[in-house]
Design a protein around this ligand. Structure first.
Ligand code: UVW
Length: 320
């Protein structure tokens, strides 16, 4: 390592706790094991008015979709439509019904999505100590499929960091700690409980739809949580199963303390098995929560069952 090089993320996380083996040597869903029937009932008990909210951003917005630099938004192509039949290119079916077909090319991490637990690794090991070679060509271990087969149902709590700081959205590179989360929860009159699905609003995805791509990507550094040993211990003690945010990568892009990129992907996802849901649309839900001061709800999500997938698009549904 040269004098000015960033340290290895593995070195930064050397003493960081792991949940490897906690649910057996073959486990592929990690902290989602915390969510069982009791947590579903606890989530259902948070429903008061019955309003529902969907948390996916549109796929293929005419103004563009927010994606991590280097990824592309969905490319949807119309394959069959009425024009096809008018040109005589479609076989008429008995009864005369016409139909439309699309095909799409999508980055599985390019919309609101669940990351597979094997999505990120350091030191050649993914979640649960599986070898990273298990990801070559197709994820044979810790893909998104087991997460999708399980589904996610539990009590959700939304912490609105942007509102708490009196801003429409947090600034580029702006960070907060788990203690800031606890303070914001208190200001909201709420308590984060063990095994809550933790939703954090920064306003940054809302900002995407108001600004230009040039502005959004200039000096790209999303706001968010950043690594500290205490934060990781807190996630472990609280048995947080799922972190959901309205940013592309769920954490501040460049860790200001260690100069490494996305260390929480390794500390939380790889080491603790916390599932990550990214690019969530939280603005409408937050507005409703702020209006009546209720910030907890039933959270449900069914990511697509992509065999061997590094992630899967999802449209979570919240009922409050
Ligand atoms: C990266 O993997 C870079 O980000 P994400 O987890 O947002 O897909």
């Amino acid at each position: 390592m040269t004098e000015n090089a960033a340290p290895d993320t593995e070195a930064v996380l050397a003493d960081s706790p792991k949940n490897w083996g906690k649910w057996g040597p073959d486990d592929e869903v990690g902290s989602l094991n915390y969510l069982g029937p009791q947590e579903a009932v606890r989530g259902a008990a948070a429903i008061v008015s019955g309003e529902s909210f969907t948390l996916q951003v549109p796929m293929g917005d005419p103004g563009g979709d927010p994606v991590w630099p280097g990824r592309e938004p969905i490319q949807r192509q119309n394959i069959m439509d009425e024009g096809f039949f008018q040109r005589g290119e479609g076989d008429e079916t008995p009864g005369g019904a016409h139909y439309a077909d699309d095909k799409a090319t999508i980055f599985l991490q390019a919309s609101t999505q669940y990351d597979a637990l094997g999505h990120v690794w350091i030191g050649g090991k993914i979640w649960n100590g599986f070898d990273a070679t298990e990801t070559v060509g197709e994820m044979r271990k810790a893909s998104v499929l087991p997460i999708a087969q399980k589904g996610i149902v539990g009590r959700g709590i939304l912490i609105d960091m942007a509102r708490h700081r009196g801003k429409a959205h947090l600034d580029k590179g702006e960070t907060f700690t788990h203690e800031d989360l606890l303070e914001a929860a208190k200001a909201q009159g709420q308590e984060i409980e063990p095994r809550d699905v933790l939703l954090i609003r920064t306003g940054f995805i809302g900002h995407w739809y108001e600004t230009t791509p040039e502005d959004f990507y200039a000096d790209f550094c999303e706001p968010g949580l950043t690594y500290s040993p205490e934060l990781v211990e807190w996630f472990q003690q609280m048995e947080i199963p799922n972190l959901v945010t309205d940013t592309i990568a769920n954490e501040v892009t460049m860790d200001p303390n260690h100069g490494v990129v996305l260390p929480l992907h390794s500390a939380l996802m790889r080491n603790l098995g916390v599932t990550f849901t990214e690019i969530a649309w939280l603005d409408d839900l937050a507005a409703a929560c702020a209006a009546d001061g209720r910030w907890t709800f039933l959270y449900t999500a069914a990511p697509l069952k992509v065999v061997g997938g590094t992630g899967a698009p999802v449209n979570p549904v919240v009922i409050r």
